[in-house]
Design a binder for this molecule. Structure first.
Ligand SMILES: Cc1cc2nc3c(=O)[nH]c(=O)nc-3n(C[C@H](O)[C@H](O)[C@H](O)COP(=O)(O)OP(=O)(O)OC[C@H]3O[C@@H](n4cnc5c(N)ncnc54)[C@H](O)[C@@H]3O)c2cc1C
Length: 401
């Protein structure tokens, strides 16, 4: 049987949300961990994130939420509006209602604030070693475990362990070393910017006021806004149809192009012009049906295993859930870690696939047109808040087995 030895670290590739969370969840269960991250510094990449209670429950237990308190916002509600008329279609109460119903807060944060909080926790764990500027190129599996080949400080070094966890994102190198499938372009582009509260653009815009997550819906696009940075900034993300660009989170983008894409919603097109600079990135997905583990000693987690479109706002949350379930499965199967890997994959796949299906449903509903959009508005308006909240119980009320 393949066992996890106490004196050899578990290797984690990538110090994004998945990698840092799995390191903490493993350390909590007494494992030694080495995290290898390509970036030299963990900089402010990406944009805002909505962290739903299924994720904050885990982050709270790991001591991360307390470090996020000052920077995060607890929005009062999610509001759906028509992008053209700005008319409200539906409202899902959050704030205290979320805590009462799901036992943990719904938060909005800047990705950098979450990453900083995770790194601060990691740095307090003596059993976690975080090496930045370390790009993993390849993996060799042998009877005594796995050896990674790593570019670091101008040299090639090796890192050895019993097991490797690939948390290296949608364009995962590790998924490639296993000969697994490539990501696919979804046909959608995400655009994002951050507005400072009190800036001219923000003051002029009535639809941005209040501590709420707002999704403006249109058959050709949607735009989501929510407060971050303790309410001092507003995160804006638009999703439009678009061409595949580079494999990067943030490419500088043309304001005019985005304003043209949103021209059927004049108030939002104006907002695009007033705000900025905007960055854009192509939305790639990874088929969740592919294999996530191999008994040779690898597990994929987060976007590396199942990147999806942001329509359910659950990518980071799924990465956090993966991390916790994998750590627990390895803990319960220390003497037979392939059994732990199989358990992780068995437990996680149905859940992740259900979330991917919910995202596809949201995409259909959010971008609906004509009679379907009218029907949507009527159904949503007639629903009681209680019924609307109940729809999210399976998602936000989730707890690991
Ligand atoms: C527009 C948009 C909005 C979103 N909004 C939400 C939301 O509101 N809520 C939510 O839950 N999710 C959201 N998501 C999804 C979420 O951002 C991702 O699912 C999440 O960031 C994935 O985390 P990860 O750690 O798996 O990957 P990443 O964050 O991509 O981290 C991967 C890490 O691995 C490192 N790396 C890569 N290759 C190597 C290598 N060879 N060697 C060493 N290191 C390497 C990278 O540098 C990086 O640090 C959104 C996504 C998009 C695009």
């Amino acid at each position: 049987m393949k066992t996890l030895s106490p004196d050899r670290p578990i290797l984690v590739v990538g110090a994004g949300i998945a990698g840092l969370t799995v390191a903490l969840a493993l350390a909590e269960r007494g494992f030694a961990v080495s995290v290898l991250e390509r970036a030299r510094t963990l900089e402010e990449v990406g944009a805002g994130l909505q962290l739903s209670p299924n994720a904050t429950r885990i982050l709270d237990r790991l001591g991360v939420v307390e470090r996020l308190r000052a920077a995060s916002v607890q929005p009062e509600a999610i509001v759906l509006r028509r992008a053209r008329s700005l008319r409200e279609i539906a409202r899902v109460p959050l704030g205290a209602a979320a805590v009462a119903r799901w036992g943990a807060p719904y938060l909005t944060v800047h990705r950098a604030d979450l990453q900083n909080a995770l790194v601060a926790r990691v740095q307090r764990e003596p059993s976690i070693r975080l090496l930045t500027g370390a790009t993993v190129r390849d993996a060799a599996y042998h009877a005594r475990g796995v050896t990674l080949s790593v570019d670091h400080a101008g040299a090639v070094i090796e890192a050895a362990g019993d097991l490797v966890i690939a948390a290296d994102g949608v364009w995962s190198t590790m998924r490639g070393t296993e000969g697994k499938q490539r990501s696919a372009f979804s046909g959608l582009t995400a655009w994002r910017t951050t507005l400072q509260r009190g800036s001219a653009a923000e003051r002029q815009d009535p639809v941005l006021s209040g501590a709420v997550v707002t999704a403006f819906l249109h058959p050709r696009f949607h735009l989501v806004s929510y407060p971050i940075r303790a309410g001092q900034a507003v995160n804006l993300v638009a999703v439009t149809r678009g061409a595949a660009l580079s494999q990067s989170w943030s490419v500088p983008a043309s304001k005019d192009e985005l304003a043209a894409a949103l021209s059927r919603a004049p108030a939002l097109a104006r907002l695009v012009g007033d705000a900025g600079p905007w960055t854009r990135w192509p939305l790639h997905t990874v088929d969740p049906d592919g294999p996530w583990t191999s008994a040779r000693g690898i597990a994929l987690i987060g976007d590396a295993a199942h990147a999806t479109t942001p329509f359910a706002a659950q990518g980071a949350a799924m990465a956090i859930e993966d991390a916790d379930v994998l750590a627990e499965a390895l803990h319960r199967n220390r003497d037979d870690f392939p059994a732990g890997l199989a358990r992780y994959e068995r437990e996680r796949k149905p859940r992740v696939k259900r979330v991917v299906r919910r995202g596809a449903f949201n995409r259909f509903v959010w971008h609906a047109s004509g009679p379907i959009a009218l029907g949507r508005d009527i159904v949503l308006r007639l629903r009681s808040p209680e019924r609307t909240l109940g729809d999210f119980d399976w998602l936000y009320g989730w707890r690991s087995a």
